[in-house]
Design a protein around this ligand. Structure first.
Ligand code: FAD
Ligand code: 2HG
Ligand code: ZN
Length: 480
């Protein structure tokens, strides 16, 4: 790919202007300090930005974008930089606008649960704030200690409890967004119902920084459940995982808050690379693991329901082994195994990540077929390009995380997996990105999930809102 000639190269005068807006403390130019912002979490993507700006107010963001638009300087909005599709780092020398200094809670309504905060607020910090008030963030993910709510909104992050609280398209009540020309779009509504005109915020949820910078978020927080239970199960087949899921919807119904699974390969990597591998309380290893969480308001009632559900599964041989956490520490220990899988994978080498959704019955076939495909190419095993193919994810959402560990991120290795994996997904009526987004890793494959007229309309929206194309260029929409 070539740097777009229409973008201006940064000058000293530009930096002087930005310094006048955000002061010297909000300008990073030092090569060592820039490094952290230029590469992504996986260390797969690396840009060469010479400038990071850290605004503290929406007005500063507005001045920055208005100037960049006028001068044709390309911009990458960056939150916690935990994205997994290369969207948060520059491709060339784009200016990085890092949102970490905008991290205050603006208001919280203890009656409705509407939280209004700056976009740079860290998800876990917001959740702690709400915990003290008896509420919970409606989303949770392994990256909670670093990711920002603005990044979550911009990627439409799913996470571990989507099955209970739904997607951000439902829980976000309003947004404050700075458009590429500097216009501040103030729609920080806290209303649950508002049918006046197009619901513009929806366009920005999941638009990955290509239409503007989200500076404020209004989100509906549910009440925090008083009774939480977590069980870890060992199972022999994916059919049993499905049977356990089906029954959980029937028998745990309104108290079910998470249904996660992982396979033998995933637990193997956690045990090999992370201390939390020792948290596995099961007697033996199993082909499949399920983590079930219930969240309700009456511990006795929930215990009884979960007990009866687990007993039924055991008696009928649907699960081979199971443990219920006895206290908060054990609950955290079981979750740590699940949340540790991405980090364990990252220690296993270069990881090709596919985040696909599809009907649950074919979910694990994606892993088996990928293994067979690589075996047929004689490419998997010790000394070969790939070392393992593992599967895990959010069964409740029909969302598989297919991770293929390789020696390196070479073009040859990529060509052995792609477009095979995208063709497989399209053939099974799935989506090539369930929750991580498109960034620069999936943008050119969008046609596997969206029709040409839909892609054309997306391009028209982009051109209308960002006619100079300065916002997060080269990503999201197909380059060809
Ligand atoms: P960044 O990575 O900084 O940015 C992501 C994208 O959003 C980029 O395109 C960026 O330009 C844009 N962006 C960021 N902030 C703004 C803003 N204020 N305005 C406009 N655009 C912006 N994702 C899931 O969906 N579910 C999971 O369960 C999950 N678990 C994860 C676990 C781990 C260990 C890791 C490393 C990642 C995980 N992710 C998951 C992916 C990632 O955490 C999410 O995509 C997250 O929402 C990104 O937030 P961020 O603040 O780090 O954004
Ligand atoms: C998760 O569910 C995240 O843990 C990350 O979405 C998945 O790293 C991955 O492939
Ligand atoms: Zn996930």
């Amino acid at each position: 790919m070539k740097r777009r000639d229409s973008f201006k190269k940064l000058t000293k005068e530009d930096v002087d202007f930005f310094r006048s807006v955000v002061s010297s403390s909000g300008v990073i130019e030092d090569a060592d300090d820039l490094e952290h912002f230029n590469h992504d979490w996986m260390r797969k993507y690396r840009g060469q930005s010479k400038l990071v700006l850290k605004p503290s107010t929406t007005e500063q963001v507005s001045k920055i974008l208005a100037y960049c638009n006028k001068e044709r300087l390309a911009v990458v909005p960056q939150g916690g930089n935990t994205g997994l599709v290369g969207g948060s780092v520059p491709v060339f020398d784009e200016i990085i606008v890092s949102m970490g200094n905008m991290n205050s809670v603006r208001s919280f309504d203890e009656v409705s649960g509407a939280l209004v905060c700056d976009a740079g607020s860290i998800l876990e910090v917001l959740d702690k704030y709400l915990e003290e008030r008896g509420y919970i963030m409606p989303l949770d993910l392994g990256a909670k200690g670093s990711c920002h709510i603005g990044g979550n909104v911009s990627t439409n992050a799913g996470g571990l409890r989507l099955l209970r609280y739904g997607s951000l398209h439902g829980t976000v009540l309003g947004l404050e967004v700075v458009l590429p020309d500097g216009t501040i779009l103030d729609n920080l509504s806290t209303l649950r119902k508002d049918n006046t005109g197009f619901d513009l915020k929806q366009l920005f949820i999941g638009s990955e920084g290509t239409l503007g910078i989200v500076t404020g978020v209004s989100i509906l927080a549910p009440k925090r459940s008083k009774a939480i239970n977590v069980a870890l199960l060992g199972l022999d087949t994916f059919d049993q995982v499905q049977a356990a899921f089906k029954r959980s919807k029937e028998e745990l119904s309104e108290i079910l808050s998470a249904f996660e699974f992982w396979d033998h390969g995933a637990i193997g990597l956690v045990k090999e690379h992370l201390a939390v591998g020792a948290n596995d309380p099961l007697q033996s290893t199993y082909p499949f693991y399920v983590l079930i969480e219930t969240s309700g308001s009456n511990k006795e009632h929930d215990d009884e329901k979960l007990g009866a559900y687990l007993e039924g599964l055991m008696t009928e041989g649907v699960v081979q082994d199971g443990v219920v956490a006895q206290d908060t520490t054990q609950i955290q220990k079981l979750w740590a195994i699940r949340e540790g899988i991405p980090e364990a994978c990252s220690k296993a080498g270069a990881i090709f990540k596919y985040d696909i959704s599809m009907p649950v019955p074919v979910l694990y076939e994606a892993v088996q077929d990928m293994r067979s495909h690589l075996e047929s190419l004689n490419a998997i095993g010790k000394g070969k390009p790939f070392t393992s193919v593992i599967g895990y994810g959010h069964v409740g959402d029909g969302n598989l995380h297919l991770n293929v560990a390789a020696k390196d991120y070479s073009k040859e290795a990529t060509a052995m997996i792609e477009p095979y994996v995208f063709e497989w997904t399209a053939k099974h009526s799935g989506s090539i990105s369930a929750e991580h987004g498109l960034g620069i890793s999936k943008n050119n494959h969008l046609h596997y999930s969206k029709s040409q007229p839909m892609i054309e309309l997306m391009k028209q929206f982009k051109n209308m809102i960002d006619p100079q194309g300065i916002m997060n260029p080269y990503k999201y929409l197909p380059n060809k």
